[in-house]
Design a protein. Structure first.
Lengths: 287, 103
């Protein structure tokens, strides 16, 4: 197996704008097995109560030749989808501490695994390859001492690449993208065509609403063709969730609050079976 | 010897979907006669651990992870659809495909 190189394309590069579509052109040549993207932001000087960095990430994309979106996922979609795919979340420091730094990472996998010689991103096949991060920090609220600090949104990009002397001849690459976004209605079926230009390796269905149990907004999922004369997937959300979460190696989320009384927090878990909270500091004295 | 001071303790009081609520309590005066005061926690750093399911995401693998057999091919996909049965308003939906692009 070839030892991959980790090429640092960007290292915690702070953005002057709090709302923008960040664009970074990739080199004209290179054989990438994956790209890691890290996002950081600094909390306000007092706290960062009630904010989630994923809210600010409207889309993270890999765009080829200007309009071919091979990766295109929101922060919430990306974080959850890769957790379900790999069985564990990528690195995420979620903290509300004063002046704390929140950080979350995403991985664009172009092969079946890191170092796959059959599938990967061959940059020489495209006129242009660009990473885009469409972000809006104000979706977490206005910058303030109790939210986040302006001018601290920072991006890192790291490529897992094959060494120049042992570049494989890829047969193709894998991409993961959102093809429909919307909001549920109180009743009725939502039917969407599946993309048909390329083989589909996996499907993801996200439905999130704060303070609502999963399987409430969407109860059933069915996938098939020819007016569902052929059915590939058919079942209840709650059954699929139990089966799929059984396969995960990490089924917990750990984070730090800056907490007041009666404080509510919207996590990334559902069907929560255990929730524990403990203060970091205890003050005692001799009477 | 008696011990005094303040000991703040958070309880998780309710869980609704992905949302949980904590309630603070502070033990004060001598521990031997501890009084429990509610609603007195403010600006405390609290470590939280949740155990459950990944919220709001299902992933359906269709292809074998090694040889990719079983993928839905364009011929299958020409009339392919996904149908979601809706039962409550307000959920944010995202439909995602993991695709194989040939060179």
């Amino acid at each position: 197996m070839v030892r991959l190189e980790q090429a640092i394309i960007m290292d915690r590069e702070a953005q002057t704008s709090d709302t923008a579509v960040f664009r970074k052109n990739l080199p004209k040549a290179g054989h990438y097995s994956a790209i890691d993207i890290g996002i950081r932001i600094t909390n306000g000087a007092t706290s960062a109560q009630g904010i989630d960095l994923l809210d600010a990430l409207k889309h993270i994309s890999l765009v080829l030749n200007g309009n071919d979106y091979r990766y295109h996922l929101s922060g919430h979609e990306f974080f959850r989808y890769q957790w379900m795919k790999y069985g564990k979340p990528m690195f995420y420091t979620w903290t509300q501490s004063a002046s704390g730094v929140q950080e979350v990472w995403f991985r664009m996998d172009f092969g079946r695994f890191l170092g796959d010689k059959d599938f990967g991103l061959d940059l020489s096949r495209f006129n242009n390859a660009q990473i885009q991060v469409d972000y809006d920090c104000t979706l977490m609220g206005a910058a303030a001492v109790t939210t986040w600090t302006t001018g601290t949104f920072a991006i890192s990009i790291i490529a897992h690449q094959f060494p120049y002397g042992s570049r494989p001849a890829f047969r193709g690459m894998i991409g993961t993208r959102n093809f429909y976004s919307g909001t549920t209605l109180a009743s009725g079926d939502l039917v969407q065509d599946l993309p048909s230009a390329n083989p589909i390796l996996a499907l993801g269905v996200m439905c999130i609403e704060d303070a609502i149990a999963d399987a409430t907004d969407i109860t059933d999922i069915k996938v098939g063709n020819n007016q569902f004369s052929t059915v590939w997937i058919d079942g209840k959300w709650y059954n699929f969730q139990r089966m799929q979460n059984h396969e995960l190696t990490v089924r917990e989320e750990i984070f730090k609050l800056f907490a007041d009384d009666a404080q509510t927090t919207d996590s990334h878990m559902n069907n929560i079976r255990s929730a524990t909270a403990k203060c970091r500091a205890v003050t005692t004295a001799i009477a | 010897m008696t011990t005094a001071g303040a000991y703040t303790h958070p309880d998780v009081t309710t869980i609704a979907g992905n949302r949980f609520t904590i309630q603070g309590h502070t033990l004060t005066t001598a521990v031997a006669a501890a009084t429990v005061a509610a609603a007195v926690m403010a600006d405390k750093e609290v470590d939280v651990t949740l155990i459950g399911d990944v919220g709001g995401m299902l992933r359906f693998p269709l292809a074998d992870p090694e040889d990719l057999s079983g993928a839905l091919l364009p011929a299958d996909l020409r009339t392919a659809e996904i149908k979601l049965t809706q039962a409550a308003a307000g959920g944010t939906i995202g439909l995602i495909v993991e695709e194989l692009y040939a060179y």
